[in-house]
Each structure stands twice: as structure tokens, then as C-alpha cells.
Ligand binder design. Structure first.
Ligand code: MRU
Length: 376
């Protein structure tokens, strides 16, 4: 049982960690095979992220940081001073951050860990205190914080939606991509809200999109919903507007890879289409994300770097993992994410509460972060 595992907990675990060992569930094989890969160092961690063994903004951050924990834990010896140890860790973190650019959680984790490392190196008398007391303990704390914050997101989101949307009827939610246990250290963000609504007995049904081209919805979210016995229906991405038009969607709740200071949100490609459709049908559209997904250094979504992925994801079935379906020679544009402008977003559900708009129809996220710092 890893330190992030709870005895008797039947939820899916993408990250299995205990001191000195890290195993990642190979999400490319789901739902047909459950295989864990051993991650021994940062090179294994970087490749697992790049190749989508592990994905989802919070899970990427934790898996990357833990791959360095494992490398450090298993170092036979380290020749150098505490400053050398800090430089070693900083370089490894920079390397890990290069694995996937759009999600901010990984660079946010690296910034926070670098601060811890710098402080430890300045105060430390010996190398071990930089590695052990500073880096390893700070990363393990992040792992624990992620699960706790997801549960808080679920609870704030479910209470908010119940208060504003139920009119004594159960709620139907449409979600996109995978934001559950598999995309985080546990429980999930948007899927955490759905789980909490279900636990409170107010969820009528969750609809999940396939999420082309990599099919995180059909392969992962559908799997999690079935696993949790949540009433759920899978739809093609292209069926979402028709579902809304048929009056079957009370709210849309999605995750985020990066939320800028004005509330613009980068998330899995197709999120923007859902927001446009929701707006057309007068359906509220919520983003559920931990504060580690908020990037106050960027003022708008136009500044977000959008990762483009291999053409193979479109040319072949199963997001590039299956046989060829498209004509050889066709050119492909395959952005992995898009940006939904804040004016299409009704609220941002975080572990510290729900950020709603002020009178001017804008979010003041910096003020929310300032006001709630220290809570939880
Ligand atoms: O390319 P992926 O599978 O990493 O994309 C994941 C998403 O876009 C999720 O919606 C987002 O990271 C939030 S996960 C809690």
C-alpha cells in the first residue's frame, strides 16, 4: 500500500507511491488492461508524461515531482555541497517541466519546490537535509494536498450547484476529457464534483464526451463512472449541442490545465466548443480546478502556450495507438488544448470556494486567492 493509498479505498489510482518506489498506471492501456510501470528516475518520469502514460494537469505535476523523489531516494551517494544538491534538483525540475507545456500545475510545483530547495540550501549544513527534509518531504506534502483539495473542490462544487440549480430536481451534468482519480492524485476535480453530487443523492446522470482524438472520455472517464456506479452516458463530442438542445444538460463542468488572471481557461481541445454551445442554450458552464491550475503571471488566455500533439492521434484509431483510418498524405492540425474565454464561464470551483463574477461580469481571481490564502 503506497502512502497515497488508503486501506479499503476502491478508487482508481494512477500514482502508487511509497518512499523509494513509484509506479504509474499505464493509462494508454485502459480500460482493457491494468498495467503499472515502474518509474525509477526523472528520465522515466519525463517519458511517462510525454507518452501519456500519466496525464491530467494535477497528476502530471505530482508524478514528475515524485519521479525526482525516487531518483534522489535511490542515489547511492552524492558528492557535493548543499548548494550542489540544490543545483542538481533545480536542473532536474527544469527538465521535467519541459515534458508538457500547457498545464501550469507542473511549473507551479517546480517553482514552489525550488523555493523550498533554495531555503534549505541556504540554511542546510549537509546535503541530506536538502534532499530528504526539504525536497522529499515537500513533494510528499503536495501529494497529500492534491487529494485533500480535490475533495474540497467536490464538496464546494456540489453544494454550490445544489443551491443554484436544483429547483427540487436532480441535476444532469455534462463533462469533457478525464478529470477524475486518474487525472489527479485521487478523487478528481470536475469528476470530483460529479462524485460529490452523486454521493449527496442529487445527480440524475453524468454525460461524458468521448474527447477526440485521444479519447480520454471514452477510455478513462467512462471507466471511472462505471467503476463508481454513477449513472452515466457516453456521447460523441459532436452530439453535445444536440444533447443541450434536447434539454438534457443542467450544467457543464470541466477541468482546467491553466486558468489565467482574468479567468480565461485552457483545457482539453473541444472545451471551447462546449462553452459556446452552453452559452447558446443558456446553460451554466463551470471550471473545476485546484489553485495550482491558476496562473496569475499570465493576464489572458492568449498568452498560454498550446501544445500540439502528433498527427498520428488523428490518422490512426485509439488516438494514434490503433490502425490507420485517414488518408496518407493529408495534413493535420492537432492542438491538444483550447482556451475558453472568461465571458463564457459562469464560475470557477476551487478547493477554497467558488469564484464567481463581480458586477462587471469579470473574475477577480487575484483577490480571491489573496482573501483565501491560509484557508483549508
Ligand atoms: O492531455 P491530457 O489528457 O493531459 O488533458 C487533460 C485535460 O485537459 C484535463 O481536463 C485537465 O488536465 C484537468 S485534469 C483534472
Amino acid at each position: 500500500m503506497g502512502i497515497n493509498g488508503v486501506e479499503g479505498d476502491k478508487t482508481l489510482q494512477s500514482i502508487c507511491y511509497k518512499r523509494g518506489s513509484l509506479r504509474l498506471l499505464d493509462q494508454r492501456k485502459l480500460p482493457l488492461e491494468t498495467t503499472y510501470l515502474d518509474i525509477k528516475d526523472t528520465k522515466d518520469g519525463w517519458e511517462a508524461i510525454k507518452e501519456m502514460v500519466v496525464r491530467g494537469a494535477p497528476a502530471i505535476a505530482i508524478a514528475a515531482a515524485l519521479s525526482l523523489v525516487v531518483e534522489v531516494s535511490n542515489l547511492a551517494s552524492f558528492n557535493g555541497t548543499s548548494d550542489d544538491a540544490a543545483t542538481f534538483l533545480r536542473k532536474k525540475l527544469d527538465y521535467l517541466v519541459s515534458s508538457r507545456p500547457t498545464a501550469v500545475n507542473l511549473s507551479d510545483a517546480a517553482v514552489k519546490l525550488n523555493e523550498v530547495i533554495d531555503k534549505a540550501a541556504a540554511e542546510a549544513k549537509e546535503v541530506n537535509s536538502v534532499f530528504q527534509e526539504a525536497y522529499i518531504e515537500a513533494t510528499e506534502a503536495m501529494l497529500e494536498y492534491d487529494v485533500m483539495s480535490n475533495k474540497a473542490i467536490g464538496s464546494y462544487g456540489a453544494n454550490f450547484l445544489q443551491k443554484h440549480l436544483t429547483d427540487n430536481q436532480k441535476i444532469t451534468i455534462l463533462t469533457h476529457c478525464n478529470t477524475g482519480s486518474l487525472a489527479t492524485a485521487g478523487y478528481g476535480t470536475a469528476l470530483g464534483v460529479i462524485r460529490a453530487l452523486h454521493a449527496q443523492g442529487v445527480l440524475e446522470r453524468a454525460y461524458c464526451t468521448e474527447t477526440r482524438p485521444f479519447n480520454q472520455g471514452s477510455r478513462l472517464t467512462a471507466f471511472e463512472l462505471v467503476h463508481e456506479n454513477i449513472p452515466a452516458t457516453l456521447i460523441a463530442d459532436s452530439a453535445a449541442a444536440a444533447l443541450m438542445n434536447a434539454g438534457q444538460v443542467k450544467a457543464v463542468v470541466v477541468g482546467a490545465d491553466r486558468v489565467t488572471a482574468n479567468g480565461d481557461t485552457a483545457n482539453k481541445i473541444g472545451t471551447y466548443s462546449l462553452a459556446v454551445s452552453a452559452n447558446r442554450h443558456g446553460i451554466p458552464f463551470y471550471v473545476a480546478a485546484p489553485l495550482t491550475s491558476i496562473d496569475l503571471f499570465l493576464s489572458t488566455g492568449q498568452q498560454i502556450e498550446i501544445e500540439e500533439r502528433s498527427p498520428k492521434e488523428l490518422l490512426h484509431t485509439r488516438g494514434g495507438l490503433g490502425e490507420q483510418v485517414a488518408a496518407s498524405g493529408i495534413s493535420v492540425w492537432n492542438p491538444a488544448f483550447d482556451v475558453t474565454p472568461a465571458n463564457l464561464i459562469s464560475g470557477i470551483i476551487t478547493e477554497k470556494g467558488v469564484i464567481t463574477k463581480n458586477g462587471a461580469d469579470t473574475f477577480d481571481i487575484a483577490e480571491f486567492v489573496r482573501k483565501t490564502s491560509g484557508d483549508l
